[in-house]
Ligand binder design. Structure first.
Ligand code: CA
Length: 140
C-alpha cells in the first residue's frame, strides 16, 4: 500500500504537483525537481504511516498532528475547510491519497503565499487579479 507514492499522485493531481516542483517554471520536471518532489512525498507518506496505525486512514485530529509534523500550523477555519475539501467520503477519515493531495495543496499554498510575502511579515495584500491567480494556481 505504501510502496509507490509517485504512482498514487499521478492520478490525483498532476497539474498542481508538477507546478509545485517545477522550480524554474519551464513546464517540465528535471531530475533534480523530480527528486525534490519524491523527497516531499516520502516525508508525507512517512508521517501518514506513523499515525495511521494499520487502519488506512487518519482522523482529523491525526491530520492536524501530521500537518504540524510537516511544519504546517493552520487555525481552525483553515484546517477544517482544507479537510472538508479533501475528505471525499465526508466521514472525517483521510486516506493516503487524500492526505497526499491535501499536503500538496497546503505546500503549494505556502509556496505561493511566500512568493507574495516578500517582506516575510506573514501577511500579503492581493488585488483581485492576484487573488484569482493564486486560487487558480492552487486548484488540484
Ligand atoms: Ca522545471
Amino acid at each position: 500500500m505504501f510502496g509507490s507514492p509517485i504512482i498514487a499522485i499521478f492520478s490525483v493531481g498532476t497539474g498542481l504537483w508538477c507546478r509545485m516542483y517545477d522550480f524554474d517554471r519551464n513546464g517540465t520536471m528535471s531530475f533534480e525537481e523530480f527528486l525534490a518532489l519524491n523527497k516531499f512525498l516520502q516525508k508525507v507518506q512517512s508521517v501518514f504511516s506513523t499515525l495511521e496505525r494499520g487502519r488506512g486512514f487518519l482522523s482529523l485530529e491525526e491530520v492536524y498532528e501530521a500537518l504540524i509534523k510537516l511544519g504546517f500550523s493552520l487555525d481552525s477555519p483553515a484546517f477544517y475547510t482544507v479537510c472538508e475539501s479533501f475528505d471525499k467520503s465526508k466521514k472525517g477519515m483521510i486516506q493516503l491519497d487524500e492526505f497526499i493531495s491535501l499536503c500538496i495543496f497546503v505546500q503549494s499554498a505556502r509556496n505561493l503565499f511566500n512568493s507574495f510575502d516578500t517582506s516575510k511579515q506573514g501577511r500579503v495584500t492581493l488585488d483581485f487579479n492576484q487573488f484569482v491567480y493564486c486560487t487558480a494556481n492552487c486548484r488540484i
